[in-house]
Design a protein around this ligand. Structure first.
Ligand code: IMP
Length: 422
């Protein structure tokens, strides 16, 4: 029997999912990524060394035997190989415990160029993409043109590659972006070298792995966050995959019947990288303090993150969509002694008070409740306990972990409301 626990981001990504997966991974046989690609940057600390994972499941630094790059992902071979090589000094057996799904889609160098060209063409209304080729590669997937990992084992792989590249070059012309092609030769050299290396790795046809493994426990590691979901996020300012828990079934070839629980991750405040609506965004002078305290800079792009207050309306929406069973609140230390402190409890839509995430979220203004600042992240601090109570009460979901620093040990596990287990 397979049982799957799912970790999902409930905001606009960067909730600290990597750290939580890292903290939990030892209890699972398998850790698997089911969507997204190198747009993700999951930060973990191993023996004081900071590691940022883009494709690799965060379980790779723990003891779990199978780490799966699932079929719902898009994979850039050049970044993947860099990641593997960088990790080898810390985790020598990284390639032994890594499995690439045959069906995951390859991000080609021209996808990266198309991403840049498309963003450039959109001008001020650009999404603010990470420019890792995510949207163009998912477009080729849904357009039924993409190359998949299985294809690198075919003898006609290079001609398949050339055919698709020719199409991309025509598109770049349409974008008037031929200047971007300058860097293509060196990108391709690196890419084909990486493809050669990839041929030596393990592959997986997921449904049969689930069949083969008996009584297996799987931790499915989401990337990005619910509000960036292609369907349910703040469209069109979203990523190109389904980031929600329902995506696990599609992205890992497993029946939804096997999902045991969904663990939603939220920061104690909110951040967003890139453009798009963000109702609780703070004035820059407050955002700047949070950004410095919380190190709020993109782990993939280094861009400063936009910062805002916790948005309980958006969080409630995310808990409904994902079916969240347990909540983990991260970065609580960043708000210690922070004043003023508030959370959004309603939206104002043209003078009407609503509790709904609407398709054009830029139309709403948040209505806040003030929060008394806490002096320490501890349930003995009544203001901290009350902050957690407010969140649990609003969402009707228990908080089971509170994280207060980047290292995996910096977690308070909560047994029942306000009771510390450790
Ligand atoms: P893309 O996924 O690179 O196409 O970017 C689309 C939007 O999602 C942009 O606003 C990005 O900043 C955002 N985004 C993509 N991946 C992440 C992530 O891992 N964390 C936070 N934001 C992300």
């Amino acid at each position: 029997m397979i049982s799957i626990d799912v970790i999902v981001g409930l905001q606009w990504g960067d909730e600290g999912k990597g750290k939580i997966v890292h903290a939990m991974a030892d209890k699972y046989d398998v850790v698997a990524r089911f969507q997204g690609g190198p747009n993700a940057g999951h930060t973990i600390y191993v023996n004081d060394r900071k590691i940022i994972l883009h494709h690799l499941p965060s379980g790779i630094v723990s003891s779990c035997s199978y780490n799966i790059v699932g079929s719902g992902m898009v994979v850039d071979p050049s970044t993947l190989i860099e990641e593997i090589k960088a990790l080898q000094s810390v985790v020598p057996d990284v390639s032994d415990r890594l499995y690439l799904s045959y069906r995951a889609v390859l991000i080609m160098p021209t996808h990266t160029l198309l991403d840049r060209a498309s963003e450039r063409a959109k001008g001020d209304s650009c999404v603010g993409s990470t420019q890792r080729g995510i949207a163009p590669s998912y477009m080729d997937k849904t357009g039924r043109n993409a190359l998949r990992i299985i294809d690198i084992l075919r003898s006609d792989f290079e001609s398949m590659y050339r055919r698709l590249k020719t199409k991309h070059l025509k598109l770049l012309k349409v974008y008037d972006a031929e200047d971007l092609i300058e860097s293509l030769d060196s990108m391709e050299d690196k890419w084909f070298e990486a493809i050669e290396f990839m041929r030596s790795l393990h592959f997986v046809n997921e449904p049969y792995l689930w069949e083969k493994l008996d009584n297996v426990s799987v931790l499915a590691e989401g990337a990005q966050g619910t509000m960036l979901d292609i369907q349910w996020g703040t469209y069109p300012y979203v990523t190109s995959s389904n980031t929600i828990s329902g995506s696990v079934s599609v992205g890992l070839g497993v029946s939804p019947k096997h999902i045991r629980k969904v663990i939603g991750i939220t920061k104690a405040y909110t951040t967003r990288v890139g453009n798009g609506p963000f109702p609780t965004e703070m004035p820059e002078e407050i955002a700047n303090v949070i950004r410095q305290r919380g190190g709020e800079y993109g782990s993939t792009t280094g861009r400063p993150r936009r910062c805002g207050w916790l948005d309980l309306v958006a969080l409630k929406y995310a808990t409904i969509i994902n079916g969240v069973d347990e909540l983990v609140i991260t970065k609580t230390d960043v708000l210690t002694n922070f004043k003023p402190l508030k959370v959004a409890i309603d939206y104002d839509l043209n003078g009407r008070r609503i509790k709904e995430v609407i398709p054009y979220l830029e139309q709403v203004k948040p209505i806040y409740q003030d929060i008394e600042p806490w002096q320490s992240v501890s349930f003995k601090d009544k203001n901290f306990a009350s902050f957690i109570d407010i969140i649990e009460g609003y969402l009707s979901v228990p908080v089971t972990m509170v994280s207060y620093g980047p290292r995996k040990e910096q977690i308070i596990k909560v047994k029942a409301k306000g009771t510390m287990a450790y």
